[in-house]
Every structure is written in C-alpha cells, then in structure tokens.
Design a protein around this ligand. Structure first.
Ligand SMILES: *Cc1c(COP(=O)(O)O)cnc(C)c1O
Length: 215
C-alpha cells in the first residue's frame, strides 16, 4: 500500500477526466495513525480531513506547529460544546448545520481572531441519522451565517444517501450551489469522486482510496 501512489492516481484521474476543473483532494485520515499519514504530509500535500475533534487535536496539534500551512478540514458532525476546540485545530468546517453551532463557532473564532472557512451541510435525503439543514431551511440559514454572523461560507456539503445512485443527489446539490451563488462545493468520496467532480465538486473528501480500508 503506497499512499502517495494512490493519491497521485486519484489526482491524475480527476485531471484527465475534467482538466478544466480546479479540485482539492482532501485526504481523509480519520482512524489512521500519524505515522501512516506522514508520507503524504512529507510529500507536500496540505489538506487533510478528520471527523472527530479530539482525535484531530491529538494527531495534528504538534505537527501543525512545524508545518504551518497545513489545512485541517472538519468533516464530521460537530456539537456546539466542541466548537472552541474545533476552532483551535481546524481551518475548514464542512458540517455547519445549525444556528446554535454557527453562533458558537462565530464567538470562538472572534475570540481567537481567526477566520475559518465553512461549508453548510445539507441533508439531501432528509435522513434522520444524518446532520445537515433541510433544503427548505437553506435560504434563511445561509443569510443567518453570512449576513448576521459574517462567517466565510464557501459552499454546500453533503453526504448523499447510500443508494448506489449518487448522481441524482449530486445534480440536486450542484443546482442548489449555483442558485445560492456559492463558488465551492464539497461532495464526493472514495467511491464516487469522479461523478462528484462531473457535477462541479471543488473539494472531494477521499479516505480509503488513499489510506486503505478502515477497520
Ligand atoms: C469518512 C468520510 C469520508 C471519506 O470516506 P471514504 O469512503 O473513505 O473516502 C468523506 N466524507 C465524510 C463526511 C466522511 O465521514
């Protein structure tokens, strides 16, 4: 298992299929040890994704002090009581999905004089177990985050329902992203990143296709 070969293969595949698209591959390193991840850091890759605040802090805090241009993306569900710690370790939050969380993140980033970048997560399939705002709440929520709190919201994020046909969901979120005038879009994982890029993904979140399967 060579994670650099895997990573380069994905990058080339995206470039060959859609050369006009500017795509950030976020290497999702959740559950893997820093020793396993390190070759890709040393290779010069700058964008990594984690889904738990505590795990991210433990793994990345020291390294971020020496590799100062590393960008950490929070892609998992975030509780507002963890916002303070999240603001300390992360640069991007892909799971912004409630006013309570937005308020807390805003307060904490202002205290730290830091400005994170955000994606609003939407619950495309209205699945109860998944985070994200409902599509009909999106307009108000965007205005609240952008106008009231002044958060830097880059675009939408979603994890489509697991039903083997992500394309209809990608199409839907891509239309919404345009309608709301966002410039960035966070969709696509190991199994569907090429389809996601076809629908305008600017950020794909790829874990197992780079680092191997998780236990
Ligand atoms: C784990 C995770 C990924 C990466 O999943 P893979 O299938 O391993 O690529 C992407 N997005 C989110 C939100 C995740 O939790």
């Amino acid at each position: 298992m060579n994670i650099i070969t895997n990573f380069e293969k994905i990058r080339h595949e995206i470039k060959n299929n859609l050369p006009q698209n500017e795509v950030n591959v976020i290497a999702v390193s959740k559950t893997f040890s820093i020793e396993h991840i390190m070759p890709l850091v040393e290779y010069g890759h700058k964008h990594f994704g984690e889904n738990k605040v505590q795990e991210a802090e433990k793994k990345w805090r020291e390294l971020k002090k020496t590799v100062t241009d590393l960008n950490l993306h929070m892609i998992g569900r975030l509780q507002s009581n963890k916002a303070k710690k999240a603001v300390e370790i992360f640069d991007y939050i892909h799971s912004l999905d409630s006013e309570k969380l937005a308020n807390e993140l805003s307060k904490r980033q202002n205290e730290k004089n830091k400005s994170l970048s955000y994606f609003i997560q939407i619950n495309l399939g209205s699945e109860e177990q998944k985070g994200g705002v409902e599509i009909n709440e999106l307009k108000n929520f965007k205005e609240y985050c952008v106008k009231k709190l002044n958060l830097s919201v880059l675009g939408l994020m979603a994890i489509p329902p697991n039903d083997k046909n992500p394309e209809k969901y990608f199409k839907r979120i891509s239309e919404l992203n345009k309608k709301f005038n966002f410039q960035h879009l966070s969709i696509g994982m190991s199994n569907d990143y090429l389809q996601a890029v076809k629908y305008g993904a600017s950020h794909v979140r790829v874990g197992s296709a780079i680092f191997g399967s998780r236990n």
